[in-house]
Design a protein around this ligand. Structure first.
Ligand code: GTR
Length: 330
C-alpha cells in the first residue's frame, strides 16, 4: 500500500473514532507542492508552472496545489536541483545548462550552434528526442528526479558595455557563463574568457566589474535588471538552450499512478502553453530594453560558428548518433 493511502486510512479511522467531519479526513490528504524558479513572478516559466498548479487544484478539487517560490528564494539552480533530489522541493524549473553536469547526455543541447534556430529546437524537444531524454533522466537512478517537460528560453546573446560583433571584440573580456565546463570552453573559443558563476551572483559581479559581461536571452536581461549594468546586447546567438522542469523522485514515488498520470498530462500542456507566453514576453522585453537605452547590435554569427567548431568536435564525438538525429529533425 502506498504511504499516502496508508495515511488516509489511518486518518479515516481516527476521524471516524473521533466523530470528525469527513472534510477533516480529506484535509489530511492534501498536498501542497513547493516549486521554485530563479525568475520573478510574471516570467513565462514561473507563470506556466503557476497555471499548471491551478489546473491541478481544479482537477483534484483542491487536493493538490503548488506553492511557487520565485526569484531565487530557494537559492540558485544547483541548490534547487539538490533540494528536489532530497524531496525538500517538488518542482524545480531550471536550465538544461544546469542539468548537464547531472545527466551528461543533456549536454548535446548545451553545445554552441547545435540548433539551426529556435523553431528547430522546438521541433526537437516536442518530438521523440525530447521524450527520450526526459525518460532517460527519470530512469537514471542517480538523478533522483522525474523529468516532466521542457520550456523555451530563446537564444542567448552576449551583453556588456561594448559591441561584440566578432571574436576579436571579446579579447580580454571576462564573460560570465553557467557553471558547466562546456560553456566556459565555448566562451574561450569565441575569443573571450569564460567565467563560471552562479546566476545569483551575476548582477553584482557585473556591477563591480568582476566580469565584463554575460550572455542570455532578452527576457532574462530585463527580469534580472541586468540592463542597468550592461547597455549593449550583441546578437551572437551562440546558444539555444531549453529549460526543463523536474519533479522530486522521492515525492513522486509516494504518488498514486493516477496522480502521476495527471501530473504528466498537465506538464505536457504547460510545455506548450509556456511557448506562447515566451514569444509574447520576448517581443515585449526587446521593446522595453530598447526603451531603456539598450543598444541591439548585429554580430557575425558565421565567425562565431567557425570559432566554436572545436567545442562541437570535442563534446559531440560521443553523441554523434544523437546529433545526427537532431540535425535531421526538420
Ligand atoms: C536563464 C534561465 C535560468 C538560468 C539563467 C543562467 O536563461 O532561464 O534558468 O539558467 O539563464 O544563465 O544561469
Amino acid at each position: 500500500m502506498k504511504r499516502r493511502e496508508l495515511i488516509k486510512l489511518c486518518a479515516s479511522s481516527v476521524a471516524a473514532g473521533a466523530g470528525l467531519a469527513p472534510g477533516l479526513v480529506w484535509s489530511e490528504d492534501k498536498m501542497v507542492w513547493k516549486a521554485a524558479d530563479v525568475h520573478p513572478l510574471g516570467y513565462p516559466t514561473v507563470e506556466a508552472i503557476q497555471r499548471m498548479g491551478k489546473k491541478l487544484e481544479q482537477q483534484t478539487n483542491g487536493r493538490i496545489s503548488i506553492q511557487m517560490y520565485p526569484s531565487m528564494q530557494l537559492g540558485g539552480e544547483k541548490e534547487m536541483i539538490e533540494q528536489a533530489q532530497v524531496g525538500a522541493l517538488q518542482i524545480a524549473r531550471i536550465s538544461v545548462g544546469a542539468m548537464g553536469p547531472v545527466v551528461d547526455e543533456l549536454n548535446v543541447f548545451n553545445m554552441p550552434f547545435i540548433f539551426r534556430d529556435e523553431a528547430h529546437m522546438r521541433k526537437v524537444i516536442d518530438g521523440p528526442i525530447g521524450q527520450e531524454l526526459l525518460e532517460k533522466i527519470s530512469a537514471s537512478p542517480q538523478t533522483r528526479l522525474v523529468a516532466l517537460g521542457w520550456m523555451d528560453a530563446g537564444t542567448r546573446n552576449v551583453y556588456s558595455n561594448k559591441p561584440v560583433t566578432k571574436p576579436a571584440d571579446l579579447k580580454g573580456m571576462k564573460v560570465r557563463m553557467m557553471g558547466n565546463p562546456i560553456f566556459v570552453e565555448t566562451m574561450n573559443a569565441m575569443g573571450g574568457n569564460g567565467v563560471a558563476m552562479g546566476f545569483n551572483e551575476l548582477y553584482s559581479a557585473m556591477q563591480t566589474g568582476v566580469v565584463d559581461g554575460a550572455e542570455n536571452n532578452e527576457p532574462t536581461v530585463l527580469a534580472q535588471n541586468h540592463y542597468q549594468v550592461a547597455k549593449v546586447y550583441s546578437l551572437t546567438g551562440h546558444l539555444i538552450i531549453p529549460e526543463i522542469f523536474v519533479f522530486s523522485k522521492r515525492t513522486w514515488d509516494t504518488l498514486t499512478p493516477a496522480d502521476q498520470a495527471l501530473v504528466k498530462k498537465v506538464s505536457r500542456e504547460a510545455q506548450i502553453e509556456q511557448r506562447q507566453l515566451w514569444d509574447e514576453k520576448t517581443s515585449k522585453a526587446t521593446d522595453e530594453l530598447k526603451a531603456k537605452g539598450v543598444q541591439f547590435v548585429p554580430a557575425d554569427k558565421t565567425a562565431f560558428y567557425k570559432a566554436t567548431q572545436p567545442v562541437r568536435d570535442k563534446y559531440g564525438a560521443k553523441y554523434a548518433a544523437l546529433l545526427k538525429r537532431i540535425e535531421d529533425t526538420k
